[in-house]
Design a protein around this ligand. Structure first.
Ligand code: ZN
Length: 409
């Protein structure tokens, strides 16, 4: 068995584990060193560090302090990796914790985090998903059952000081363009809840004041939330500091393209079996700015989809210029409306789009003034036929079960 080089105890606060951190900063010390060619296991908390519980209330989703996320395992140093190299990471396998075979999906309150459809779902809601081997289903969303395309939502190398300064400057400048927006445009560094791993004393406090938040994807990868970055993938990361400093977390049992519910996919604690290697000077050799990856040889074998179109005219009738964000939102809203005809509540339908292996595609970005985006809903995940027919939709669900909702305080 390969060595487990980062261990987590899900009954312990992640703040008490010094192999965990929740900010990006070049001064965070490595928690372990490996050699090119080594394989090893890393355990992770779920992205909230255990804050969200397996129960039938969304109060935890409503009340969470989002400045605590994401709890990441690492950083791992790879001997010989230097700035300008590419760190090659094989995701040999990824799984849920053996004694924790469940995950959660939620929608944040518009006042605390929001999400892609927050104007339509402004209150906190949550669904719990139980795992049976590689499959999952939810007591809050009956009628669907699908195979997990398990992946880390968040993985990347530590930035150097120059890159960190670039991030902080551009995001703080961006926030200043509309500082009172709800939800905010971005999240600035926030020292009070920073977990800086093994960094101690004055150096720790200084780094906590400037450590980048883990929410956005950036040049180093980070919180990309790519469902296809699943077990079996091979990823190539730019290296910025000696040893690389590879960190990861935010494991997802399954996710739809876009992670549109934001809290988030099917979020879980788990483990990754990784192998690392180094391509010397690979950043310049291949002209790399952001990570790239090769997908897994294994993907869910869904062949049949209902594909919903959306254009860049918003739900209030306003025309937008080639705006893919607006177009994808329309495709998602169209799918939600359709699913309600079979008896799902809108919240259940939204939860399905956030968790099941739905595909999102950009179809056209040149046909002025409308962009076109599509949402691909696999028909085979449903226990009943969801295709249109002359007879019309049959209600398979009566709306008596729903995703728990919590009112704002
Ligand atoms: Zn996530």
């Amino acid at each position: 068995m390969p060595d487990t080089i980062v261990k987590v105890d899900l009954t312990q606060s992640p703040y008490e584990n010094d192999m965990i951190h929740n900010r990006w900063h070049p001064d965070i010390p490595m928690v372990a060193w490996v050699k090119p060619g080594d394989d090893f296991i890393i355990e992770t908390y779920d992205w909230t560090g255990g804050f969200i519980k397996n129960n039938n209330s969304a109060d935890d989703v409503r009340d969470i302090d989002l400045s605590i996320v994401h709890f990441l395992s690492g950083p791992i140093g790879v001997k010989g990796a230097e700035p300008g190299d590419l760190l090659v990471v094989d995701l040999l396998d990824v799984g849920a914790m053996p004694n924790n075979q469940w995950g959660f999906n939620g929608f944040f309150s518009k006042k605390n985090g929001g999400g892609f459809l927050t104007d339509h779902f402004p209150l906190a809601q949550k669904s719990i998903w139980d795992f049976q081997g590689m499959f999952t289903k939810s007591r809050h969303v009956p009628g669907v059952n699908f195979a997990g395309l398990i992946h880390p939502g968040l993985i990347g190398c530590l930035p150097d000081h120059k890159l960190l300064d670039t991030w902080n400057e551009r995001e703080i400048d961006f926030i200043a363009t509309n500082p009172t927006r709800v939800p905010p445009l971005a999240n600035p560094p926030f020292a009070p809840t920073a977990h800086m791993g093994r960094l101690k004393g004055e150096a720790r406090d200084k780094a906590a004041a400037t450590g980048a938040r883990t929410v956005p994807p950036r040049e180093h990868g980070g919180n990309c939330d790519i469902k296809d970055l699943s077990r079996g993938s091979k990823i190539y990361f730019p290296v910025y500091v000696e040893g690389g400093g590879l960190s990861m977390g935010d494991l997802h049992f399954s996710q739809g393209d876009g992670e549109i519910t934001f809290c988030g996919a099917i979020e879980m604690a788990g483990w990754l079996h990784l192998k690392v290697d180094v391509i010397k000077d690979g950043v310049a050799k291949y002209g790399i700015k952001n990570p790239l990856f090769k997908p897994s040889p294994i993907t869910p074998n869904y062949r049949d989809y209902l594909i919903f179109e959306g254009i860049s005219v918003d739900e209030w009738g306003k025309q937008h210029y080639l705006d893919v964000h607006v177009a994808y939102r329309q495709a998602c809203l169209n799918a939600i409306e359709y699913l309600t005809k079979f008896g799902y509540t809108k919240a259940q339908a939204y939860a399905i789009l956030g968790t099941a292996p739905v595909q999102g595609h950009i179809s056209g970005v040149v046909d002025i003034p409308n962009a076109c985006a599509t949402l691909w809903l696999p028909t085979e995940i449903f226990d009943f036929d969801i295709k249109p027919s002359a007879a019309g939709p049959t209600k398979f669900l009566d709306g008596s079960i729903d995703v728990p909702l919590s009112l704002d305080k």
